[in-house]
Design a protein around this ligand. Structure first.
Ligand code: ADP
Length: 173
């Protein structure tokens, strides 16, 4: 592969949490180019539109520039199959984050199916640092809606966007 190793990291990113950022930084050590695929995923009822999720992700990536190990990281929306999108970008690796056992069963099935669709593309799992392992976008949104403190789960920039979206003007600390 002339451009080196390419990884594809798909997700909903509604919005990006410190867990996602940790996975991105770890993946950046493994590949030369990392494509972050933002799934439209309307059936998950996202809080942020696709454009907003992409924009929030890009501004988080700007803030992490020095921590990306020289890896070229791009954000690309997609609405087709993960494996097809990985192929389109010339990715040899699909990167997924793994949290507790709860993620395992679903991911296990997904890898099996993807392998039947394209045996050349490997899926690798990365665990976030222990302090980020429990973070899920869905729970962060619930906490923000119920007036809780989300500062341990998302960056200050993302927290501001979430509080604005749920109609809170102040960040709790
Ligand atoms: P969520 O499952 O939180 O709604 P996404 O669909 O955006 O998030 O997830 C994209 C990928 O990032 C998935 O592989 C998911 O397992 C992973 N991920 C999300 N949060 C974490 C975390 N805290 N630690 C490790 N992986 C994570």
């Amino acid at each position: 592969m002339s451009e080196g190793r390419v990884g594809f990291y798909p997700g909903t990113f509604d919005p990006i949490t410190l867990g996602h950022s940790d996975i991105i930084q770890r993946a950046a050590k493994l590949v030369d180019r990392l494509v972050i695929g933002v799934a439209i995923n309307l059936n998950k009822g996202p809080m942020f539109s696709l454009d907003e999720r992409v924009e929030i992700l890009r501004s988080e990536l700007d803030a992490m520039k020095g921590q990306l190990n020289g890896c070229v990281v791009e954000v690309r929306p997609f609405d087709n199959l993960t494996i097809h999108c990985a192929q389109e970008h010339g990715a040899g690796l699909i990167i997924r984050g793994l949290r507790a056992v709860a993620d395992f069963e679903y991911e296990y099935q997904l890898v099996g199916m993807n392998r039947l669709l394209d045996a050349e593309i490997e899926t690798i799992f990365i665990m976030a640092n222990h302090e980020y392992q429990f973070i899920a976008s869905r729970l962060v949104k619930e906490i923000a809606q119920l007036d809780g403190d989300i500062s341990a789960f998302v960056s200050g920039r993302v927290a501001k966007r979430l509080y604005e979206r749920v109609g809170r003007s102040e960040i709790k600390s």
